[in-house]
Write a protein that binds this ligand. Structure first.
Ligand SMILES: Nc1ncnc2c1ncn2[C@@H]1O[C@H](COP(=O)(O)OP(=O)(O)O)[C@@H](O)[C@H]1O
Ligand SMILES: [Mg+2]
Length: 369
């Protein structure tokens, strides 16, 4: 990973975002340990950084919930180094206005262009559903990665999803218009093949990295197998045929059954599904292995080591695994932001800056001795 140049946040300012007040934050270039009591605003700070990359809350919050209770709008501004050129980013959200984006003072060409500006990988405790939850969570994980690497992917996926909603609406009507359905089948099979193949290729590259991280970093000697599990083979012909074949069934159910909206990223431990058979500890390490692999793959494919955001990760791992994980991250060389209630449990000595958060105020802690 050392040949890639890391993306780094060199300055962050926020106003009116959650409880952060008027924030000026100057992070260190490697490990940033953000500590404070429960409810202090640690996750809010991570959420502000993440919002800049993903343009949505990782906690699923609506825009209005992100804006401070005593404010009508919020803004986040950041300077970013690494990649071809340094960038200045600015996002403004409001209770009664559209989101405004600025990249180096100008409106970006598209939202999908924005996603490639700030490569980021996030882990938060809610991510456990990637191992224990339903397949939509894993599809979203894959889609978010693909969006960060490929501006065309996001728009293809959006047209697939739009056609799917329209087809489902038609299926529910009393008199079904087969010709209109047929028109959507064409869009669904074309866009669906692109989406499915992109996910398939991604998993071919990602899978071995996840399996390796699971064993090497997280020291689990149970063999983990990761593979693509499509509901329909990702080709135009196969999807078109499946749509035609399932028409009567779809009609009866009122929704479309076949297509990449049924894809899954299969995770098997000892050859049984990890979702129902893995322990909670194994789910945790599988998810961290997924994130480790995501970081590694994005760095390879984009030439930039993503910024890593870890919300409460140390409480998720035992001492040995924590140490190995941080060792691996030190080698990767990227910028890391991690939150914790117990900074003394973060087993890092070098390249570390600590920040204390109290009622939304972020201050740099004295250098630890
Ligand atoms: N829109 C908002 N305006 C003001 N305060 C908020 C808003 N949303 C959440 N908060 C406050 O933020 C705090 C939670 O911050 P959080 O970052 O989740 O804490 P932690 O440090 O435990 O991660 C709570 O005190 C909550 O009241
Ligand atoms: Mg928190």
């Amino acid at each position: 990973m050392s040949s890639e140049s890391p993306s780094r946040l060199t300055a962050l300012q926020a106003r009116g975002f959650r409880n952060l007040g008027s924030l000026r934050f100057g992070p260190g270039s490697h490990f940033n340990v953000i500590h404070g009591d429960n409810g202090a605003g640690k996750s809010n700070l991570l959420e502000a950084i993440h919002y800049l990359g993903a343009l949505r809350s990782f906690r699923g919050a609506k825009t209005d919930d992100l804006i401070s209770l005593d404010s009508e709008s919020a803004s986040i501004e950041a300077e970013l180094s690494g990649g071809a050129a340094p960038h200045k980013l600015r996002v403004e959200i409001g209770k009664s206005q559209r989101r405004r984006l600025q990249l180096d003072g100008k409106r970006p060409r598209s939202t999908s262009a924005w996603y490639q500006t700030v490569p980021m990988v996030l882990f938060h405790p809610g991510d456990l559903v990637l191992a224990s939850g339903s397949s939509d969570k894993r599809r979203a994980f894959l889609d978010r990665m693909l969006e960060q690497m490929d501006p065309v992917y996001g728009s293809t996926l959006a047209s697939y999803e739009k056609a799917l909603r329209s087809r489902n609406r038609l299926l529910k009507e009393e008199h079904v218009d087969r010709r209109s359905i047929g028109a959507y089948d064409v869009i669904l099979s074309k866009a669906g093949a692109v989406v499915g193949r992109a996910r398939q290729r991604l998993i071919e590259d990602l899978g071995p990295r996840v399996e390796r991280a699971f064993t090497d970093v997280f020291a689990d000697d149970t063999p983990l197998a990761v593979r693509y599990l499509p509901r329909v083979e990702p080709s135009e012909e196969a999807i078109a045929a499946a749509l035609a074949r399932s028409f009567e069934k779809d009609r009866a159910r009122g929704f479309t059954t076949a297509g990449p909206h049924g894809d899954d990223l299969e995770l098997r431990l000892h050859d049984v599904g990890a979702r129902h058979h893995g322990s909670q500890g194994q789910h945790r390490t599988i998810v961290l292995a997924l994130k480790t692999a995501e970081l590694d793959l994005l760095a390879d494919r984009t030439g930039r080591v993503p910024i890593l955001l870890l919300d409460d990760v140390s409480s998720e791992l035992d001492r040995t695994r924590n140490r190995r994980f941080f060792e691996m991250l030190s080698h990767a060389g990227g910028q890391v932001f991690l939150t914790t209630t117990h900074p003394e449990f973060i087993l890092l000595e070098n390249d570390r800056v600590d920040f204390h958060v109290d009622a939304g105020r972020v201050t740099r802690s004295p250098v630890r001795s």
